[in-house]
Design a protein around this ligand. Sequence first.
Ligand SMILES: Cc1cc2nc3c(=O)[nH]c(=O)nc-3n(C[C@H](O)[C@H](O)[C@H](O)COP(=O)(O)OP(=O)(O)OC[C@H]3O[C@@H](n4cnc5c(N)ncnc54)[C@H](O)[C@@H]3O)c2cc1C
Length: 469
Amino acid sequence: MDVVVMGAGPAGMVAALRAAELGAQTVLVTRGEVGGMAANDGPIPVRVLAHAARLLRNAGQLGRYGISVSEPILDYSRLLARTREVVHDVREHAARREQLENVGVTIYDNSGTARFVDAHTIETERGLRLQADKIILSAGGTSRRLPIPGFEWTATHSDAWSLTAVPPSMIVVGAGATGVQVASIFQAFGSRVQLFQAGPRILPTEDEDVSAVVATAFRESGMIVRENFGAIDSFEKTTNGVRMFFTKDGVRDSAEAALVVVAVGWVADTAGLNLSAAGVETNARGYVQVNAYLQTSAPNIFAAGDITGRLMLVPQAVHDGFVAATNAVQGATTTFGEQASPLGSFTDPEYAQVGVTEAKARETHDVVVSMVHFDETARTIIDGRTTGFCKLIADRPTGKILGCHVVGERAVEIAQVVAIAIAGGLSVDNMAKIPLSFPTYAGILARAAYRAAQQIYPEFRGQDVLVEK
Ligand SMILES: Cc1cc2nc3c(=O)[nH]c(=O)nc-3n(C[C@H](O)[C@H](O)[C@H](O)COP(=O)(O)OP(=O)(O)OC[C@H]3O[C@@H](n4cnc5c(N)ncnc54)[C@H](O)[C@@H]3O)c2cc1C
């Protein structure tokens, strides 16, 4: 065998496809279903539930637009059936199984956990033993567990997707991308949600203004948001759910809910891989250590996707899979390079960022920052979605767009446009002149670009009237 790929998420599927297309005899082995976290347990199911939450939210607007209906009622078991249907459809239509088989990849799915025997040999729980010149490790990540008494009573986001009914109350610990999505979705579904964040603000890696808008909107929806809550002592099972005990400044406190979801980080899924048998080292954060060619400390073993602990998103996993397979088959020559990667979440309100953050840009550049609030544009007023803003960050000497933060309706889509602008090296004066369609959400970018251009180029002053609102 030329190449064995371990793990069939987006990274592994693309790695196997690429290796086979380059002529390598390739095997793809995975513990469960093909598609990995992305198809089965992450973005796809989350997006289905977030869509249901959005429909409920939109239903709340009907009266304002003169449409009378009775109160919407959520049937959670039917929603879960729809989620399963979508996951199945995406796997059938969008996943790459057929493509993989067409290029001759041998797929062993539902093989159980695979582990290294040595640097060229793996074996699976189901007794499959494979040898290969090159191995690509794409086993993804898993929810971080806390060494706290009673942790076994808590749930992860995956458990939240498989409930049979919406819990009357929920504690979500951790307000990063996963925690805020779980909190936002179940708040919309009618759970009384308490969101606990150890640090001073939710979404700590986002722009401070974005965190503030999301926290305010969450509170306005009735969610309890507790920043700086202290440190967790333990969890205890109660008659109606789980009680969390925590201490802040020496004062002990507690909170109870029907379900406690802990989302405090995403770690490499290395348990059970027996990495030491293959000479594969992990870094201080516990992820598989790779060089710029995605080669591990064992020269014939490459790694791709979440297991390397860089930007843990599907597009990056896909790109990694391509690079790792190219290097595994053709020799280590291709690097993954820097990209303006958009990040965001489908919360209410949505948020997104792309390029460098304002804080980072200020450390290294002479920047101009322009801000347009959602209540200043026609489309957001039409749709009654006036919460939020778009903040554009540009380099003053060149006018080039460095980054963007958006919070509000369609924030994630708006950030895609900026990703293309950054990749194309667009400057704010040129973006300001693009006649973006009116009235649209993305149209806010023309105004933001205009406001940034006004701070750099004298000829732009006083011409705000040229941009449609
Ligand atoms: C709740 C949630 C929401 C998310 N939303 C988004 C989003 O909106 N957009 C986005 O871009 N990203 C999102 N992500 C992140 C995205 O899912 C991951 O970045 C992506 O799936 C990583 O791909 P991967 O191929 O590295 O790993 P995975 O998709 O995790 O695939 C790894 C595969 O390897 C298998 N495996 C693990 N260990 C072994 C072993 N020892 N032997 C054999 N097989 C093994 C696993 O079962 C799995 O099938 C989200 C993640 C979560 C948790």
